[in-house]
Design a protein around this ligand. Structure first.
Ligand code: PLP
Ligand code: TYF
Length: 398
């Protein structure tokens, strides 16, 4: 039965974690996967999470089934966080949201919804984008097409090329995937003015925007990071938003995310939501409860919410501080390349512009683990390893 099966390659990012774990070099540095780390190289459980878990342990009364959308009270938590408390859409009846198993679960349900109901819709993704986008949508039978995004020549954004490509080839009914903030893998975000241009285009062409918000709070602030998404939500008729609580609550393995649908009318929103429910049932029946229960416990208690906001600010400030230090120390190391663009990027990642050969040498000669694309997870840098990192980069770059 299985004789013909061949081993398929795994996710290269996950393979990089294993390779780093096996390395015995005491100076080894892991800049691979997008997981926040503190200055000690640990991925801590936030204090607000610990406190919420203690409350839950005390107060939780049942672990019976919840239903396909998860906890009903979680719907408002998702919407308040991504759209902001005072957003007029919130009371409009045009939006429905469901808890999902991580941002990945939200994307898979969105992909199934699109594939089964929006006949012929293709998905436009940035070149490059998170590797799982293509696999998730391909597995749902949706064709994935790249639009220009990253410019290796300037380490910046090819915004004009992006719009020209979409203008030329995007068809009415296609889906346009955008990263809300902290673009993975490049760290290069759309500016608000650019969101406005895209919003106008989406309306004119009749596209469905799908916004992936996996890093809210890691760029410039919890509200600041959603400015583009919120502008778009306020101005389009239809939209899908897949958000993740994995990073900003540090609950990666609890699998907690949300999928929101915005439609023209309450009737349309309810119909879309019921079809989303059908996709959920066919995928995993209902989401795990714990992560959402913890997030709800925090968000419904002002003192815990304030503590969590402070903890997000600490993670963000540490990463942005590291960006400044990297630029300074790389320049001081005498490296020939200008790395000042690193401080203009946002979020967990930096597309370093390092070539495959340079990345491989950093791995083999210096035990520094960076993805083959040159993407560095900035949170893996610390005061203890930054000098060694910058000196090593200077040696391989020249
Ligand atoms: N979208 C992007 C761009 C990501 O980087 C991630 C991170 O893993 C996700 C979605 C999914 O996150 P989750 O771990 O919540 O499934
Ligand atoms: O890009 C990253 O590093 C994160 C984490 O299969 C991740 O998004 C990477 C690969 C994967 C799942 C999560």
């Amino acid at each position: 039965m299985f004789k013909h099966l061949q081993v398929v390659p795994g996710d290269p990012l996950l393979a990089l974690i294993i390779a780093h774990q096996k390395d015995t070099n005491p100076k080894k540095i892991d800049l691979g996967v997008g997981v926040y780390k503190d200055d000690k190289g640990k991925t801590p459980i936030l204090n607000s999470i610990k406190k919420a878990e203690a409350i839950l342990l005390e107060q939780e009364e049942s672990k019976s089934y919840l239903g396909i959308y998860g906890a009903a009270e979680f719907e408002a938590i998702i919407q308040d966080l991504i759209l902001g408390d005072n957003n007029p859409i919130l009371g409009s009846g045009r939006i429905r949201s469901t808890q999902t198993p991580g941002g990945t679960g939200a994307l898979k349900v969105a992909a199934d919804f699109i594939s089964a109901n929006l006949s012929g819709a293709r998905l436009w993704v940035s070149d490059p984008t998170w590797g799982n986008h293509e696999s998730i949508f391909n597995s749902a039978g949706v064709e994935v097409i790249p639009y220009p995004y990253y410019d290796p020549a300037t380490n910046g954004l090819r915004f004009n090329d992006m719009m020209s490509k979409l203008e030329a080839d995007a068809k009415e009914g296609d889906v346009l995937l955008l990263h809300a903030c902290c673009h993975n893998p490049t760290g290069i975000d759309l500016q608000l003015e650019q969101w406005k241009v895209i919003t106008d285009f989406v309306k004119r062409r009749g596209l469905l925007p799908l916004v992936d918000a996996a890093y809210q709070g890691f760029g410039d602030g919890l509200d600041e990071d959603m400015a583009g998404l919120r502008h778009m939500a306020a101005n389009v008729d239809n939209m899908l938003i897949a958000n993740s609580f994995s990073k900003n609550f540090g609950i990666y393995r609890e699998r907690c995310g949300g999928l929101s649908v915005i439609a023209t009318t309450t009737t349309e929103a309810d119909a879309a939501f019921s079809i989303i429910g059908k996709a959920i049932r066919a995928n995993y029946s209902m989401p795990p409860a714990h992560g959402a229960a913890v997030v709800y416990t925090i968000m419904s208690r002002p003192e815990l919410k304030a503590e969590w906001q402070q903890e997000v600010a600490e993670m963000r400030n540490r990463i942005n501080g590291l960006r400044e230090k990297l630029v300074m120390k790389l320049a001081a190391s005498g490296v020939s390349k200008d790395f000042s663009f690193i401080k203009d990027q946002r979020g967990m990642f930096s597309y370093s512009g390092l070539t495959l050969e340079q990345v491989r040498r950093l791995r083999s000669d210096y035990a520094i683990y960076i993805a083959d694309t040159g993407r560095m997870s900035v949170a893996g840098v610390s005061d203890d390893n930054i000098d060694y990192l910058c000196e090593s980069i200077a040696k391989v770059v020249g």
